[in-house]
Design a protein around this ligand. Structure first.
Ligand code: HEC
Ligand code: HEC
Length: 284
């Protein structure tokens, strides 16, 4: 190429790059209202955003991976924890973690009840923004990461009974324990984001290892406040009506209300609850 051709080449290729860049930028902007569910930005969501700024949550936390990296990312937090837990956490974070063990602190900020309600609305709206998989995986408190849960499937609105790639539906239909294990990871909020199945690993909820043996003892004890008569019905009651009996512990419930989400009774089908119970009863 001579000099003239080189210059022409540079100008044309720069021109093409600019056109492509502008096109993509405009296209992104056109998609914002849809990706952000703009129609769901209620007054409560806006007020919640003000609360978020007023208390400088971003000085410690991230949303969409942006912010300070001192504390967990909160982009999907409402889908991981549910309403009861988050509201209780905002009232008094200190009861949820152990300074010695976690080495990090979230200050008690004395938010008003209204502020907490609006903040929840804001975080719940954030959790439903189609962030196209960013950040790639939520970062959680207590050092646990919840790689076991399947948030991307949840985001695409796929049902909890969706077969994993490669699994044939027949195999699934045959094995309620295997299906239950999958529901455990894909229900919204995901059970696995609060419960470990390893013995002694208590996260936001108690470990579910050995739950069958424990359930028998609880049902027989005078402290038991629920209606279950056997292991299966104890587990099902724990899922659809968490407050019927609360596992003791200030980080698990307050004033008779469990911090476990109380939405599974309506969001899961009776079959899914049965499959979960079969899976949990099988944990040693
Ligand atoms: C000074 C830093 C700091 C500020 C400011 C702060 N947090 Fe936190 N937050 C933390 C830390 C640290 C944790 C995790 C504690 C642990 O390790 O268990 C946490 C945990 C949380 C959790 C629980 C996460 C989970 O996985 O269970 C929520 C929800 C939360 N913060 C919301 C907020 C909101 C909303 C604000 C603003 C009103 C806020 N935080 C302000 C430090 C902070
Ligand atoms: C936000 C965290 C959270 C999520 C999500 C959650 N749980 Fe829980 N779960 C708890 C807490 C806290 C307790 C203890 C208080 C109580 O008894 O309700 C608990 C208790 C239980 C118990 C009773 C345990 C025992 O030792 O008696 C079972 C069973 C259980 N959960 C199953 C599930 C299943 C199945 C799911 C998903 C469908 C689920 N949980 C989702 C927090 C959670």
């Amino acid at each position: 190429m001579n000099k003239r051709q080189t210059r022409l080449f540079a100008i044309v290729s720069t021109g093409i790059a600019v056109v492509v860049f502008l096109g993509m930028t405009i296209d992104s902007h056109r998609q914002f209202p849809k990706l952000t569910n703009a129609q769901n930005i209620t007054p409560a969501v806006r007020m919640g955003q003000d609360v978020w700024h007023k208390y400088n949550c971003i000085n410690c936390h991230t949303l969409f991976g942006e912010g300070a990296y001192y504390a967990p990312d909160l982009t999907k937090i409402t889908q991981l924890r549910g309403e009861q837990y988050i509201k209780a956490y905002m009232r008094d974070p200190s009861q949820f973690y152990d300074e010695q063990r976690h080495r990090r602190l979230m200050p008690k900020q004395d938010l008003s009840d209204d502020e907490i309600i609006n903040l929840y609305a804001f975080l719940d709206w954030v959790s439903k923004v189609d962030n196209q998989g960013w950040p790639p995986r939520p970062i959680l408190v207590t050092g646990a990461s919840i790689t076991g849960t399947d948030l991307s499937a949840q985001q695409q609105g796929q049902g909890a009974t969706q077969a994993p790639p490669g699994a044939t539906p027949v195999e699934q239909g045959d094995n309620p324990i295997a299906i239950g294990e999958r529901v455990f990871r894909t229900a919204v909020p995901a059970c696995a984001s609060c419960h470990s199945v390893a013995p002694g690993v208590n996260m936001a909820g108690p470990s579910l290892a050995g739950i069958a043996a424990r359930a028998e003892k609880i049902i027989a004890s005078p402290e038991y406040t629920g209606k279950a008569k056997d292991v299966a019905s104890y587990i099902k009651e724990s899922i659809v009506e968490p407050s019927a009996y609360r596992v003791p512990g200030a980080m698990y419930s307050a004033n008779g209300v469990s911090f476990m989400p109380n939405t599974y009774g309506k969001d899961l089908s009776p079959e899914q609850v049965d499959q979960l119970a079969a899976y949990l009863a099988s944990l040693k």
